[in-house]
Design a protein around this ligand. Structure first.
Ligand SMILES: [Zn+2]
Ligand SMILES: [Zn+2]
Length: 378
């Protein structure tokens, strides 16, 4: 079976890689995926997704969902592979073309085995992961209705193609964005006493918020607060009225996330107040941390071993992944499989080893098929 499916999936991967599309603009990608599903007589659920596709194999409950993301990045590809991006400034530099192909491979394998399925496998080809809007959109249109467990996979360029990694508990970070406005009183640069200098105050704020991770949170809980934009003034001899800052906060657990938010607000407002200025912190929730369910991580690791993968330790990292939203509604696990790229994710020369595709497709199909059996036990 794998022999007849492999060339179709290989073609799909090359096609997707050559024709990447940005978040929420995956129109051609969606058409191709619908085509592939129709070719294999796989039922497409018309839930009203703008881009992306949701499909099903098998029938009845329980329901296991498998999710792949399909969008690309605004990066100009610099690899010299023969199937490099034909679109200037757009590239599959995170390997979502790989994830999509692996899921389609799994779908074909599951379809060939549909009579044996003890329930339903739902396939989520999700758009817009890179801007963290796709999972929320899919949940909104009902992609998770009736789902009992969900699995997702991201490639990991640092692992070889026969390695799998996951961990129970936090797997990715809470990714929050902050904006800070400090409002003082403008003045002549030679007479600072007649104004309130927002630049000096903001500088104190930037320094003080670094004490959140070093002085108020345990050293065992990772916290990153980065100010990445600092704008104020437009000439050399005028103290400006305001300073605008932007940045990001990365944490792993909901408790620490809340604590950092409170601490940050307090530092910003109180430093400004103590110096006669006003300050406002605006906090924008990004995707929460992926919290993997231990039981399902064990399950994924056991099947990986049976399939011949080497299961390696995974250190949590402070990047974001919108798969986290699904795990707030249904249990499941997010895992890494090796793609053995010499370059990192989001690098213009990122290049996966595509020999990982069919073994990964087999593995995902098994996760779904055996996941249904596991769910039926309880
Ligand atoms: Zn990415
Ligand atoms: Zn990604």
């Amino acid at each position: 079976m794998t022999d007849t499916i492999a060339p179709i999936i290989e073609q799909l991967f090359l096609d997707l890689h050559k024709n990447p599309e940005l978040s929420n603009q995956e129109f051609e990608t969606t058409k191709k995926l619908r085509n592939c599903l129709e070719q294999a007589n796989i039922l497409i659920l018309e839930l009203g997704a703008k881009t992306g596709v949701i499909a099903e194999i098998g029938s009845g409950s329980p329901v296991v969902a498998l999710r792949a993301d399909i969008d690309a990045l605004p990066i100009d590809e610099q690899s010299d592979c023969q199937y490099r991006s034909t679109k200037q400034g757009v590239m599959h530099a995170c390997g979502h073309d790989l994830h999509t192909s692996v899921l389609m491979g799994a779908a074909y394998l599951l379809k060939a085995n549909e009579q044996q399925l003890k329930g339903t496998v739902r396939l989520l080809f999700q758009p817009a992961e890179e801007n963290f809007s796709g999972a929320l959109h899919f949940i909104e249109i009902g992609a998770l209705n009736g789902v009992d467990a969900i699995f997702g996979m991201h490639n990991n360029p640092n692992l070889t193609i026969n390695q799998m990694a996951s961990r129970a508990g936090p797997f990715s970070a809470n990714v929050d964005r902050i904006e800070i406005t400090v409002k003082g009183i403008g003045a002549h640069a030679a007479r600072p006493e007649s104004g309130i200098d927002p630049i000096v105050i903001s500088a104190q704020i930037v320094n003080a918020i670094q004490t959140i991770s070093s002085r108020t949170i345990s050293g065992l809980d990772p916290v990153v607060v980065s100010i990445t934009k600092f704008l104020g003034g437009n000439t050399w001899n005028v103290i400006p009225e305001t300073v605008e800052m932007e940045g990001t906060v990365r944490t792993l657990t909901p408790d620490i996330r809340l604590k950092v938010k409170q601490q940050l607000t307090s530092i910003v407002e109180n430093i400004a107040f103590s110096m006669g200025a006003e300050a406002e912190l605006r906090w924008f929730d990004g995707p929460p941390s992926i919290i993997n369910v231990a039981k399902w991580v064990d399950f994924c690791q056991n099947i990986a071993k049976q399939e011949g993968y080497e299961v390696v330790d995974f250190q949590p990292q402070l990047g974001g992944e919108d798969f986290a939203h699904y795990l707030h509604h249904v249990p499941g696990a997010f895992i890494n499989l090796g793609s053995q790229s010499p370059y990192a994710l989001h690098h213009p020369k990122f290049l996966v080893n595509r020999n990982m595709i069919m073994p990964a497709a087999n593995y995902l199909a098994n996760l779904a098929q055996l996941g249904l059996i596991e769910l039926a036990k309880h």
